[in-house]
Design a protein around this ligand. Structure first.
Ligand code: SF4
Length: 351
């Protein structure tokens, strides 16, 4: 099994993944957030230490390199949850990484961040006044000094052991990420603290490297949670090169509704067969969309599951309800995003 933070990883067996990479399974801690309750966050490294710490923060990155979609929303929702608990939230705009790994200019990355990503983050609930939002190209001097120091403390062999084949761009990207994850603990910033990084499993190489560095630099090892991948609407992996594989947050509501209506189901070949055998939720993207985003409660999700697997409900009815939810959500998000754009206009991230 290979995890590639810059490419495409697909994971069929999350148990195998946790075993192979030493990720701890997420226990039931009674956390009142659907990503925890519904098992969407499947694993962690030292989450318990973060959860029980007095001094802690959450850190995540925005990579402005393509349309922001429902897959990205999963991280936003988690950060908004932590922020609602009063936990400091750090959001970095990975414009150096976008440049060195995707060839996106600083100007393009900044435009995307200001016009699409940050307005959507705020529309989804982030309070920018209570978050530390910064761009990699615009952080203060100690951040860069630290990043330079890190580059002198690791060998190419050590990096290759974690990442496999590397290019100069990937080496830069990995080191900048280390700087991002660890620098909050420097005396020039907030000092030693438990930093949680919520990620998809493909980002684990960065987490492992950062934890190794932390040990060497006598810093607290960062914690991480790992959530499941969002499946592409047609099944398989979501890809920014296939517009119909994702619902972009900036899609007009009618476009999003159409995409949801065409999403892959776990339906049987005929209505008669489905009534007899029930649907297969393990193959159903519609069910995943309910579980990740659109079921109003765990009770409702359980009812959808029951009706599906007993054949009481067929896919047409199920998709119709999802499409309505998607339409309502997208219309409401668009209004909030327009308001958020005014707020972003007043922010001084790139000045
Ligand atoms: S009834 Fe709903 S959950 Fe079941 S397979 Fe069809 S679309 Fe999926």
């Amino acid at each position: 099994m290979e995890l590639n933070p810059w490419g495409s990883s697909t994971i069929k067996d999350y148990d195998k993944l946790t075993r192979e990479f030493g990720i701890q399974k997420m226990p039931n801690l009674g956390i009142s957030n659907r990503y925890f309750r519904r098992g969407i966050i499947f694993g962690h490294r030292d989450f318990d230490k973060f959860w029980n710490a007095d001094k802690r923060s959450v850190l995540t990155g925005i990579m402005p390199s393509g349309p922001m979609h429902l897959g990205h929303k999963m991280v936003v929702d988690q950060c908004v949850f932590y922020q609602s608990l009063g936990i400091k939230t750090r959001v970095l705009i990975a414009d150096i990484e976008a440049r060195v790994t995707r060839g996106i200019s600083k100007e393009q990355a900044q435009k995307l961040a200001l016009e699409e990503y940050l307005p959507n983050w705020i529309a989804l609930g982030l309070d920018p006044k209570k978050a530390d939002i910064y761009a990699q190209t615009n952080r203060s001097v100690p951040y860069y000094s630290f990043y330079s120091l890190l580059s002198g403390r690791i060998t190419l062999n050590e990096m290759s052991a974690v990442y496999g084949n590397l290019t100069p761009g990937k080496i830069t990207s990995a080191l900048v990420q280390m700087g991002d994850i660890l620098h909050p603990q420097l005396p020039e910033y907030d000092g030693p603290e438990h930093v949680l990084v919520p990620v998809g499993a493909d980002q684990d190489p960065h987490i492992r490297l950062a934890r190794g560095f932390a040990e060497k630099e006598h810093l607290i090892k960062p914690s991480a949670t790992y959530h499941r991948f969002a499946t592409g609407l047609e099944g398989g992996k979501m890809s920014s090169s296939r517009e119909n594989s994702y619902i972009a947050l900036n899609d007009p509501a009618d476009v999003a509704v159409k995409k949801a209506s065409n999403a892959l189901t776990g339906g049987r070949n005929t209505a008669a067969e489905q009534k007899k055998k029930g649907g297969d939720i393990s193959k159903c993207v519609v069910y995943e969309l309910y579980a990740y985003h659109f079921a109003k409660s765990d009770k409702e999700l359980a009812e959808i599951r029951r009706k599906c697997t007993t054949g009481e409900m067929l896919c047409g009815e199920c998709k119709q309800m999802l499409a309505e939810r998607v339409g309502e959500f997208m219309s409401s998000l668009a209004k909030k995003r327009e308001r958020a754009k005014k707020e972003v206009g007043k922010m001084e991230i790139f000045r």
